[in-house]
Design a protein around this ligand. Sequence first.
Ligand code: SF4
Length: 71
Amino acid sequence: MSENIKTYEAEGIIIYWKPNICKHAAECVKGLPSVFNTQNRPWISPQNATAKKVMEVIDRCPSRALTYEQK
Ligand code: SF4
């Protein structure tokens, strides 16, 4: 079974999001609304904050639906 993974790139970071395991706990949306905003398409805009800040918030994702790789 192939896993559904979406990717979002910006300076210094690649974000991976797995919609199938997202629990919609909204830690990301509350933690950094300039980047994680479900009203936007795409809903993740990693260029709107520093890679360091984005990584801090992703580390709080309880389901690990969000992960990242540093470029
Ligand atoms: S913090 Fe993780 S589980 Fe919660 S809404 Fe964001 S991606 Fe989904």
